[in-house]
Design a protein around this ligand. Structure first.
Ligand code: PEP
Length: 251
């Protein structure tokens, strides 16, 4: 399955988010989207209006950028996966490197969130990726697999095909420095082979994220183990995100 997800991060007012959604709905009719699964991931406060804007448009799915592992309770400031499902959200990004870096999310937190997402019928979009020091040390395959293995260790293999893996080398996120197509393919192929060898499941989409934009995406999307992208900066510009959907469809 080809999949393109836009992570809006902590950007846009309600009105700006609504305008961006309107432009995406207009620019992404069924014939443009084709066989690409398109996902947008606005901030929490914009989720209800985004879901509402998409009620008559099955072309685009909605993901949250985070969710708490518990279904409810005394966790001030948090939003549970159960609440996301109640708001008709389809998916949730889990373990984004910014969550790990700025909010101290551990592999164990990520594993609990993946289980909670599945329990609440949300598609987990699980992010993994090495930091620059690990890339330079040559341990990036092992380091990235360790994150992924931890995320899925307690998941029933029957549920794994319903998940999405995002390989996002941390050194490429928001830096303008994109991985080469060969670098992305190497890690994607490795992760897929490890998933098959360890859990017997390898048909989930594995998407690439890190400074992807229309000018550099075609070669990455053309790789056999790259099933699409998780897009940050370029997902805030409707024309760029639409162009990325078209590139992925053509790949
Ligand atoms: C991301 O945050 O998931 C991401 C890939 O960001 P950017 O495209 O801006 O590097």
């Amino acid at each position: 399955m080809k999949l393109l997800a836009g992570n809006w991060k902590m950007n846009n007012t309600l009105e700006e988010g609504a305008d961006l959604m309107e432009a995406l709905i207009e620019g992404l009719p069924a014939e443009v989207v084709g066989d690409v699964r398109v996902v947008v991931s606005p901030p929490f406060l914009q989720l209800p209006q985004t879901v509402h804007a998409l009620w008559e448009n099955a072309q685009i799915a909605v993901a949250a950028q985070n969710g708490h592992a518990a279904d409810g309770g005394a966790f001030t400031g948090e939003v549970s996966m159960a609440m996301l499902r109640d708001a008709e959200v389809d998916a949730v990004i889990i373990g984004h490197s910014e969550r790990r870096q700025y909010f101290g999310e551990t592999d164990s937190d990520v594993a609990e969130k993946v289980q909670s997402a599945l329990r609440n019928q949300l598609i987990p979009i699980v992010c993994v990726g090495e930091v620059l020091a690990q890339r330079k040390a040559g341990t990036y395959l092992e380091d990235t697999w360790n994150q992924l293995h931890a995320a899925f260790a307690r998941v029933n293999p029957e549920d794994m095909s319903d998940c999405v893996i995002a390989y996002e080398p941390v050194w490429a996120i928001g830096t303008g420095e994109v991985a080469t197509a060969a670098q992305a393919q190497e890690v994607h192929a490795y992760l897929r082979a490890q998933m098959e060898a360890t859990f017997g499941v390898s048909d989930m989409p594995i998407v690439y994220g890190g400074s992807c934009k229309p000018s550099n995406a075609a070669e990455i999307f053309a790789q056999p183990d790259v099933d699409g992208g998780l897009i940050g900066g370029a997902s805030l510009v409707a024309a760029d995100f639409i162009a990325l959907v078209e590139l992925l469809k053509a790949s």
